[in-house]
Design a protein around this ligand. Sequence first.
Ligand code: ADP
Ligand code: MG
Length: 238
Amino acid sequence: MSVEGVPASAGAPLAEALVAVIRAHAAELSAIDGAIGDGDHGVNMTKGFGMAADRIGSRQVSVSEALQIIADTLLADIGGAMGPLYGTFLGEMAAASAGTDVIDASTVEGMLDRGVDAVLELGGARVGDKTLIDVLVPARAAFRHSRASGATMDQALAAMAEAAERGKESTRDLVAMIGRASRLGERSRGTLDAGAVSCSLLLGAFAQTLRGAITPPAERHRADRSAAQPESRPQATG
Ligand code: ADP
Ligand code: MG
């Protein structure tokens, strides 16, 4: 039986998806940062991810190599809070996916564990502080819990992306306790956190790209499930 997973060679489409989602939301990210920060988030992110895309070019890179190139670029060339935070997150994810031919659910869990733990340690923020941690921690937990309850990799990735989205929304009603926006105190309440928005976008694109590249395809699992539950099928007539 082959293991359900994504070929590790799929680095180029993953990088393209991450860069594309940041580019598509650059103005929105800066506008959100502008409300309670300095308005540079979309610019920083587009610059970093765009430079990384140029470095990857048309090369065939592994998932690990693609994530490492983006991480190195963010760490070396992007200032603000995001360069170090995302550089560390993606660099740890790269390390956790190196040296394998197939990125399976266990690999993804390891990637999320290393990445999220490193950002927790580096930034010192916790859930509720109105940062990207409000996205990362529930996303990682959702992936873990759905795996533990028997979900397929496809389902666990979907659960992770949904939790990321909910985590992003949760930042709207929070008061910023860390970073630039914390200087506003109560006035930071009522608007989303820019880093939480970009983080939800990135995890969503990560999940979507991996879900589209899972072998054997996720469709097979749906077919297996409906075959195992004949009562859910329409009744045959005649
Ligand atoms: P800067 O605040 O330097 O302008 P950016 O605008 O690029 O940097 O990023 C701001 C985002 O960084 C915030 O929205 C928040 O999510 C995140 N952030 C800031 N400080 C921390 C921290 N210590 N830990 C985790 N995330 C943080
Ligand atoms: Mg900013």
